[in-house]
Design a protein around this ligand. Structure first.
Ligand SMILES: Cc1cc2nc3c(=O)[nH]c(=O)nc-3n(C[C@H](O)[C@H](O)[C@H](O)COP(=O)(O)O)c2cc1C
Length: 216
């Protein structure tokens, strides 16, 4: 019986159909804060601006408005011939977007000394990506944007999230191109930090560039 959600076969067929010879890089921005106009989103928007100025197509998704349940560890996605993740929610269409993009921007606030729950649930569900594409992480270029209330990146717990992203993307063979992070409390307040915003824009340009940059 055919599942009602997008299956691995559908996605692979769609990826093939959409393949073109375009040199245009596709960037997918994943917003992990419940505040659509918050600080991490502002950093991500500036990364997007940099990526667009370098010729990329940018699409942004707002996790908080999506129906994305936590991974239930059933390992259906790892079964031989798996047709995909067993959970029928908005992550199904997100898998397609993740596979089709050349680069990802992951933006999150620091919540309780690490990334937000929305971001962590998204990270866990990426476990299922291998059911839709043979090597979904390899060569994927990744930028991270984070904001926190404390004045200090270590005391805020931002370092814990940074460490997680570093370990995760080293493990998956992705390319962590760079990270921008800074302190701000009120939504959008981070835009006053012009030096950081310029850093974000430069990261966006590097994200789609050919130059190989070490993550910081
Ligand atoms: C539930 C919650 C937990 C938070 N935990 C931390 C924390 O552990 N460390 C910190 O420095 N700031 C913490 N903050 C402050 C946010 O990280 C800060 O306001 C950030 O700029 C919000 O980013 P956003 O606008 O993208 O949501 C917390 C805020 C909330 C609402």
């Amino acid at each position: 019986m055919k599942r009602s959600w997008v299956s691995r076969t559908d996605i692979i067929e769609e990826v093939d159909t959409l393949k073109d010879n375009s040199e245009t890089k596709k960037v997918l921005v994943i917003l992990g804060s419940p505040r659509r106009n918050g600080n991490s989103a502002a950093l991500a928007a500036r990364i997007s601006r940099g990526a667009e100025s370098a010729g990329a197509d940018v699409e942004t998704i707002f996790l908080h408005n999506l129906d994305v349940s936590p991974c239930k560890g059933c390992d259906t996605c790892k079964e031989p011939g798996s047709t995909g993740c067993a959970i029928n929610d908005d992550m199904q269409k997100t898998y397609l977007k993740l596979i089709r993009s050349d680069a990802w921007v992951i933006a999150s606030p620091v919540y309780w000394f690490t990334m937000s729950a929305q971001t962590k649930i998204f990270m866990d569900r990426c476990y299922g990506l291998t059911a839709y594409s043979k090597n979904p992480f390899a060569g994927k270029r990744i930028a991270i944007a984070m904001s926190y209330g404390d004045a200090d990146a270590v005391r805020s717990g931002c370092v814990n999230a940074i460490r997680t992203f570093q370990d995760a993307y080293r493990y998956t063979g992705s390319k962590l191109v760079g990270m921008v992070y800074g302190s701000a409390e009120g939504a959008g307040e981070i835009e006053n930090n012009e030096a950081l915003m310029r850093e974000a824009e430069a990261l966006g340009k590097r994200l789609v560039g050919r130059r190989s940059d070490a993550s910081r």
